[in-house]
Design a protein around this ligand. Structure first.
Ligand code: ADP
Length: 386
């Protein structure tokens, strides 16, 4: 794995304020999904502001792609193009009266031609599910739409790294799931994603790596399970363990066998229970199928025909294109987040499902289902041609 951002012994004190970062060192690699997790005041936002030079360390250094960050005008301009920052409150970020003008602001400042600006703005609006919103006044958008508009403004500059301060704050559960799925999609498309949050339930299944932050220091960095299954440490940060880990720990204490891979999703947990509580006989192998449609290479009619057959118990839509496809085809997906696991769960309950997706997320379905089949000796089929 290649480092994209490195911090070496970074310390920072706000003028007339407390020491917010104390000798922080860590590395973030290309393409990782990183969650900085900690209580309020831990230093998460301060750390995020270091990544694109909005704050400058008092001591220590920051490297981007191996090159030390300098703070002259040209270097700052470049780093801000490479590392896009989405603020917690989208009102801080949105500046122009309409969605189009707002998203175009960055590209115009980068000196792009009118045609280029138009292309990147429309692409970014499509990618964030805001196609058709071009002329809408920003102040009339919902919280989730404003957040998407802010994300579109960043995506239009095609950064390598996307930094989100509390990406789901003030959003309802559906809005939060939409945003998290969008972050997944961006990562599948090659971006490195860094978020800050105090929501352990959000960070646990999502992140590749978690950095637990408290009092301006990184207490522990590692895989989410390794970090969060550390009850005392997590409690010391005024956080709680993710509920799946609480349950797993409780059952372990009652004598349930421990497993190597900690449960990260309802699917993992239910499978764990089934395997250990005699809820499903191991030799029972009949499963439902997962139908998989690439929305860029299929038509709503083909999908409608499959649904009309009555054999599909639920539909999942992964990614913005799939959701747009579903909307245009009057298809109402039951699952829009954690789609693969939810469909696998249906499959082990002998129900067929359909996943609509596109691009890099398509391969993910095969990978996850194959891994599940291997791990639990199941035979869930992924059917592409129907
Ligand atoms: P978090 O994002 O984890 O809630 P912050 O990075 O916002 O934490 O804050 C870290 C510490 O720095 C806190 O003690 C906070 O009060 C202080 N702080 C944050 N922003 C400022 C500021 N602009 N001026 C002075 N102190 C600040």
């Amino acid at each position: 794995m290649e480092p994209i951002i490195e911090l070496h012994n970074v310390s920072y004190k706000y003028p007339n304020g407390p020491k917010a970062l104390d000798n922080v060192s860590f590395t973030i690699n290309h393409g990782e999904k990183i969650a900085l997790v900690g209580p309020n005041g831990a230093g998460k936002s301060t750390l995020l502001l270091m990544f694109n030079g909005m704050l400058k360390p008092d001591s220590g250094e920051i490297l981007f792609n191996g090159k030390k960050l300098t703070y002259d005008r040209e270097a700052l301009r470049e780093i801000r193009r490479r590392v896009g920052f989405v603020f917690q409150n989208p009102d801080t970020q949105t500046i122009a009266p309409t969605v189009y003008q707002d998203v175009a602001f960055g590209p115009v400042n980068l000196g792009m031609s009118r045609d280029e600006v138009r292309t990147v703005v429309f692409d970014a609006l499509n990618d964030t599910g805001l196609a058709g919103f071009e002329r809408r006044p920003i102040h009339q958008l919902s919280g989730g739409e404003k957040k998407r508009a802010a994300m579109a403004g960043i995506l239009a500059m095609n950064p390598d790294v996307l930094v989100f301060d509390e990406p789901t704050s003030a959003l309802d559960p559906a809005g939060s799931e939409d945003i998290m799925e969008l972050l997944d999609e961006m990562q599948v498309n090659g971006k490195t994603i860094i978020i800050s949050t105090h929501d352990v339930e959000l960070a646990y299944p999502w992140a590749d790596r978690v950095l637990l932050i408290k009092g301006g220091t990184v207490l522990l960095a590692g895989k989410p399970g390794d970090v969060f299954y550390n009850k005392d440490l997590v409690r010391s940060c005024k956080l709680s363990m993710p509920v799946l880990l609480e349950l797993y720990e409780g059952l372990s204490e009652k004598g349930m066998p421990q497993i190597e891979k900690l449960p990260k999703s309802a699917l993992d947990f239910i499978t764990y229970l089934c395997e250990n509580c005699g809820l499903q006989r191991k030799e029972e192998k009949t499963c439902g199928d997962i139908y998989l449609a690439d929305v860029e290479h299929t038509s709503p009619e083909i999908v409608q025909n499959l649904l009309a057959s009555g054999s599909i118990a639920a539909v999942g839509a992964m990614g913005t294109k799939a959701k747009t496809f579903a909307g245009n085809g009057n298809i109402c997906p039951e699952f829009t987040y954690g789609v693969i696991d939810k469909c696998v769960l249906k499959a082990i309950n002998k129900k067929n499902t359909l996943i609509l997706t596109s691009g890099g997320m398509f391969a993910r379905v095969h990978t996850r289902v194959e891994a599940f089949n291997q791990e639990y000796d199941q035979h869930i089929r992924v059917i592409e041609n129907f």
